[in-house]
Design a protein around this ligand. Structure first.
Ligand code: BG6
Length: 483
């Protein structure tokens, strides 16, 4: 199934935060590298009373604030691609303006990016259908949050499905656009070294950490109604888990890759009231300090009492043939001491050591997604020297870092990859409906187990690694978090 490259990208919510911080800079990055189709028009829409020139001025100002290298000279030609149509999503008649601005492009390959609140998806779809913009030439991209539980996510999926078939729906999980995430697939399936050990007999456990130093960041209503589990675990972290745990797909094709991911997501062991307290920990930050600067508590930032979790750690299991008995420890939180995202594959220890008196650490593969992108394999090696007391061993990293191996490659924003794939019609790195629903099913069960057992977030000091229970969660298994 191949799709044509689009000639027009319509951005709903074009003046919003995501558009200014991520989408326009990503499109600019593609433009500066000559990767956008020559005649690609980017048509922004929003409710405000902008017009073409003011939209271009806004976009130009955000780009000038972000781009500091020699690509700045490409800003004016990028701005020439931009058009703007004011559009009120809940006023069906305002879609006529969109259709007339598109003119002949309305019937040519077209991508629509909905970066709006999900309660506006229905009016957006109705309005698009009303002016004939949901035809076979059109594809649609959706940003999270796609619901806040399985039921609401189904409603959104049904709404979109009423106008677009699944193959023309591109659900974004921006983690899938990150370079190292894709490199995980290369590491697993383009090398013969790891795959034979990539199962219960070779791997003792897996850790996935997404640690952030930021707090609420002004997203008061969204975050407080969502919490860390639905904000981060339901989407990004389960996608990472699926990529680590999936079987080799038949090919690197969208259907094959997504078929394998969804099998993993369906094999996740449900957390129930009996396992909730032994398998999960939630927390909310209190006042503390990060890098020496004092920070307020979550409730002080929010301005009211709250039971939302800003930290969660879960011991998950994938109940299938390959992963029998292997824990997947997931951990994410706001106001932690450092910002990093990484996956740690902890291999099993040696079955026998010939190095008496030496502590041998089992090998580990540490895949860093950010702030730096690198992959390190931790191995035991001999410490240099002529020591007469015997061989001294030490753990050293074999660095397969991307910046070293591919010096000069510009580090891209995750959305660059995803927007280019949307424009060119490759859905491999987008989330299919069955995946997102399997993710919600698992997360809903976790949350209802918490509700049933009346588990409430424990306090942690901002700048610490979460509540003490998060350490106990892994220590009970003789494991410590990789920090
Ligand atoms: C978003 C969450 O999906 O991902 C945010 O809503 C979070 O709360 C962000 O900060 C993290 O993304 P990244 O790319 O900075 O790790």
């Amino acid at each position: 199934m191949s799709m044509p490259t689009v000639r027009t990208l319509v951005l709903f919510g074009a003046t919003g935060d995501l558009s200014r911080r991520m989408l326009l800079p990503s499109l600019f990055g593609l433009h500066a590298d000559g990767l956008l189709p020559e005649d690609l028009m980017i048509l922004g829409t929003a409710r405000g009373e902008e017009d073409g020139p003011s939209f271009r001025t806004m976009a130009g100002a955000s780009l000038e604030g972000i781009v500091h290298d020699d690509r700045r000279s490409a800003i004016p030609s990028f701005l020439e691609r931009l058009r703007y149509v004011p559009l009120d999503l809940i006023d069906v008649s305002s879609f006529d303006g969109l259709a007339s601005a598109l003119g002949a492009r309305a019937t040519q390959p077209l991508a629509i990016f909905l970066s709006t609140a999900p309660d506006l998806f229905r009016p957006a779809i109705t309005g698009l259908a009303g002016v004939g913009l949901t035809g076979a030439n059109a594809r649609i991209a959706l940003e999270k949050p796609l619901g806040n539980d399985l039921a609401s996510s189904r409603v959104i999926n049904d709404t979109v499905a009423a106008a677009f078939p699944e193959e023309r729906i591109f659900r974004i999980d921006h983690y899938l656009g990150k370079e190292t995430v894709q490199n995980l697939l290369a590491l697993r399936f383009a090398n013969s070294l790891f795959e034979p050990m990539w199962e219960w007999s070779g791997i003792e456990h897996v850790q996935i950490t997404v640690a952030e130093t930021v707090g609420l960041e002004g997203r008061v209503d969204y975050y407080d109604a969502t919490g860390a589990t639905r904000d981060m675990v339901q989407n990004h972290m389960l996608q990472l888990l699926a990529l680590v745990a999936m079987e080799p797909p038949a090919s690197f094709d969208a259907t094959d890759v997504r078929d394998e991911k969804v099998k993993v997501l369906r094999s996740l062991r449900s957390i129930n009231p009996a396992s909730a307290t032994s398998h999960s920990v939630t927390g909310q930050y209190r006042a503390g300090a990060i890098s020496g600067a004092a920070v307020a508590s979550y409730e002080a930032e929010l301005g009211r009492p709250s039971t939302a979790e800003t930290f969660v750690a879960i011991k998950a299991h994938v109940d299938n043939w390959r992963w029998r008995g292997v824990p997947f420890y997931l951990r994410t939180g706001k106001r932690l001491p450092e910002r990093f995202s990484e996956i740690v594959i902890q291999f099993r220890g040696l079955r026998h050591s010939i190095f008496q008196g030496q502590v041998l650490r089992a090998n580990r593969l540490v895949i860093r997604l950010q702030p730096e992108e690198n992959v390190r394999l931790l191995l035991m090696a001999k410490q240099p020297g002529l020591g007469r007391g015997g061989v001294v061993l030490r753990e050293i990293p074999l660095d397969i870092s991307l910046p070293n191996a591919f010096a000069g490659a510009r580090r891209r924003i995750a959305y660059e990859r995803l927007l280019l794939d949307l424009i060119e019609g490759d859905p491999t790195l987008f989330v299919r409906r069955d995946e997102i629903e399997a993710q919600w099913r698992w997360v809903d069960a976790v949350r209802s187990a918490w509700a049933e057992t009346q588990m409430a977030p424990a306090n942690y000091t901002a700048g610490s690694w979460g509540p003490p229970g998060a350490i106990a969660l892994v220590e009970r298994d003789g494991v410590s978090w990789h920090e």
